[in-house]
Write a protein that binds this ligand. Structure first.
Ligand SMILES: [Zn+2]
Length: 398
């Protein structure tokens, strides 16, 4: 893997394993730092290949990069073994208390994934302290099922700006359903953070999709201009064709979590974005048959032994509703939410609202989702709805 840059790199990276750094390029002109990772799951090498292609092309063609581009391997040891992970999913355990505990613990006791996470967390925190802010992070993945490419992000306006520039479906609400993801960790520090699913692990088009999305994200983040990217319009067309006929934005309303003792088995033949009907048989586990709870689009049905998400169910969001929500959030209209019956400010969190469990609660939840409050849990018999804080403070601290 090459680590040479076209010019002198400006941000200083903490020491990382040489296999982790695919490359670090710095342009002559000041600009944002763009971080791209592949292989966060070790059985997904397509992302690593896509990063290599783009870094090679930027160097070979001496493209006029603004700011810096850093390419990383996520789970170095699992990638070498071709496994999703060795002891645990590297894309979990990223809540602040978990990261703090890991960094304070003895490295000699690290599990294989602890070792990976320690290095990545140190890198993210140190880059978060350096200027310029925010970082733009794109994490490249692939799926076990057949799938059109799509983006996943926490619902912040900064993330929406980068996602909206891509002609691909974007999934909202999924990141908020999972606790302790890398994207959540980065978004809470005010960074732009998106994950991309390029298609099935072994499909040749998957690397192409991931490469095209990386070029388009570099342009959307103003690290490159479209005019300087070789074949930019071919990349845009490729993604537009792959996403043709699919909704621009979707929201996930259900995650089917699985653990090894469930003996979960997805029925054969499902693919991402396939329409399923209420009551349709989807899978089976030790407790019996699993049906769709309502009409939906199914996402990421699980067809590999490792993994804790059986499938997700999603619905399209109308573009009009999305535009209205962006506009109201820019106006900070959520300040008025406290006037709605049944909604009250959370006593101690500035990023959350408390909702009484009463008739009409689903409508109240929909209103809060409109403003990005999609994380939901229960406290003292009442629901708490929170959103990722695109905060400007604490970016390099824990
Ligand atoms: Zn993955």
């Amino acid at each position: 893997m090459s680590t040479a840059g076209t010019t002198r790199a400006r941000v200083t990276l903490p020491k990382v394993a040489s296999e982790r750094l695919i490359g670090h390029l710095a342009g002559e002109r000041e600009g944002p730092v763009f971080l791209v990772s592949g292989g966060m799951h070790g059985n997904e090498p397509a992302g690593v290949h896509a990063v290599q292609r783009v870094l090679d092309s930027v160097q070979r063609n001496a493209l006029p990069l603004r700011g810096e581009l850093i390419g990383l391997v996520g789970n170095v040891a699992a990638l070498a073994k071709g496994q999703r992970f060795q002891t645990r999913d590297l894309n979990r355990n990223w809540t602040d208390p978990e990261v703090r505990a890991l960094l304070a613990s003895d490295p000699a006791q690290d599990s294989p994934e602890d070792r990976e996470q320690r290095e990545l967390a140190t890198l993210f925190l140190e880059l978060g302290r350096s200027k310029p802010h925010p970082l733009c992070v794109l994490d490249l993945h692939s799926t076990s099922s057949v799938s059109a490419p799509f983006l996943i992000m926490a619902d912040t306006l900064r993330n929406r700006r980068i996602a909206a520039a891509q002609p691909l479906p974007t999934i909202l609400g999924l990141e908020e359903l999972l606790d302790g993801t890398i994207m959540g960790f980065l978004t809470e520090r005010g960074h732009i953070a998106l994950a991309m699913e390029g298609g099935r692990h072994d499909a040749p088009a998957t690397v192409d999709h991931l490469e095209s999305a990386l070029w388009m994200a570099l342009v959307a983040n103003k690290n490159l201009s479209a005019a300087n990217v070789p074949d930019y319009h071919d990349h845009a067309r490729r993604l537009a064709e792959a996403g043709a006929g699919l909704p621009g934005f979707l929201e996930v309303f259900q995650r089917h979590a699985v653990s090894p003792e469930d003996a979960f088995a997805m029925d054969a033949g499902f693919w991402s974005f396939q329409t399923v009907r209420r009551g349709q048989r989807l899978a089976e586990d030790a407790r019996g048959v699993i049906h769709a709870s309502r009409d939906a689009l199914i996402l990421m049905p699980l067809y590999q032994p490792q993994g804790s998400d059986g499938f997700f169910l999603a619905q399209a969001i109308s573009p009009r509703k999305l535009r209205l929500s962006t506009w109201l959030r820019r106006l900070r209209a959520e300040r008025l939410l406290g006037f709605f019956p049944g909604i009250a400010r959370h006593p101690s969190r500035d990023d959350a609202w408390v909702v009484a469990r009463a008739p009409g609660v689903e409508r109240v939840k929909a209103i809060l989702a409109f403003f990005g409050y999609r994380r939901c849990w229960e406290e003292d018999g009442r629901l708490v709805l929170a959103r990722r804080r695109p905060g400007h403070k604490g970016r390099g601290r824990l």
